[in-house]
Ligand binder design. Structure first.
Ligand code: 13P
Ligand code: SF4
Length: 305
């Protein structure tokens, strides 16, 4: 770590305490960002944490929909996203007017939106879900048909775990789509003793080849408890930092070196400091969108993980 980094960290910590702020970071964030966070987790854990924090300010080190979810749950708090360009491309693959049109075609379906969606899309949905609880949310819904947006691959994975009819939206994560079945096959050949865990945003052909299909939080728990010494990882590369830090005796093999989410890497220590100094950029979800979106998020939090 550079001296300048140490100076920045010191300033962040001082400001964090004078502003009564908490720093929440997603598992894909840069290692140095994870290290200064009060809490690092998956989307569900981050929203659970945001909902219960006593801090006045939440500095969200993740992508835009995550900060929006915090704002939906905590309207009285200031939610800062240190770089407004940190958006999730999959979340931008559906708009609220498009969803409204689709709902007209499927009047009997309940709408489940993946948390990787805008507040406006959440406001048009019946339930929200994350990768940690998508199957449980779908199973708990009292309806035979579900319109699942925007991730077609997570939707497909859910459809293999319930007997409900699932209608898909053609969205996908460009980062996870880069992981190919041949990557898993090659990694298995090179590491025959290894277990393979992948994220449910991966293509169905990749999921089919995995031993475990888990959210990033689920992967961290699996990495700690599995007896396997070698684990092949089919998700965004930022999480490898935490796997290695928490499990020094184990070997983690990225399924693909291409699985990088550039938007997650936009949050840096410099930007966190600047954001706390300026108390900007702030993510605010306007009422009544917030109130309608909160219904879907609250239903998800009640169902849990
Ligand atoms: P998790 O909720 O599993 O951390 O996933 C979030 C995400 O954006 C995955 O690409
Ligand atoms: Fe969005 Fe994929 Fe990046 Fe997750 S990894 S934030 S789904 S683009």
């Amino acid at each position: 770590m550079k001296n300048t980094d140490n100076e920045i960290i010191e300033k962040i910590l001082k400001l964090k305490s004078s502003r009564k702020a908490v720093i929440l970071a997603h598992n894909y964030e840069l290692g140095e960002v994870q290290d200064i966070a009060d809490f690092v987790g998956d989307s569900l854990e981050l929203s659970q944490n945001a909902a219960k924090t006593g801090a006045d300010v939440i500095v969200f080190c993740g992508v835009h929909f995550m900060a929006e979810t915090a704002s939906i749950l905590c309207p009285a708090k200031t939610v800062l996203l240190p770089d407004m360009d940190a958006g999730c491309p999959m979340a931008n693959m559906i708009t609220a007017p498009q969803l409204v049109e689709k709902k007209k075609e499927l009047p009997d379906a309940q709408v489940v939106c993946y948390v990787n969606s805008s507040a406006e899309v959440k406001a048009e949905s019946d339930y929200c879900c994350t990768s940690a609880n998508a199957v449980k949310v779908a199973q708990s819904i009292d309806a035979k048909e579900i319109l699942f947006v925007p991730d077609q691959y997570l939707g497909h994975y859910v459809s293999t775990r319930t007997d409900k009819k699932i209608h898909f939206w053609p969205g996908y994560c460009p980062t996870h789509a880069r992981i190919r079945p041949e990557d898993i096959l090659r990694a298995r050949e090179e590491h025959p003793q290894a277990k393979v865990m992948v994220h449910p945003e991966c293509r169905p052909e990749v999921i089919q080849l995995a031993d475990e299909v888990l959210s990033t939080g689920g992967m961290l728990r699996y990495a700690r408890s599995a007896s396997a010494r070698e684990i092949i990882v089919g998700t965004e590369l930022g999480i490898i930092y935490r796997f290695r830090k928490e499990n020094p005796g184990k070997v983690f093999i990225p399924a693909s070196e291409q699985a990088i989410c550039p938007r997650m890497k936009l949050i840096t220590l410099e930007k966190i400091l600047w954001s706390l100094e300026e108390m900007s950029p702030e993510v605010i979800v306007p009422e009544p969108v917030r109130a309608r979106a909160k219904r879907a998020v609250d239903r998800m939090l009640e169902i849990g993980s």
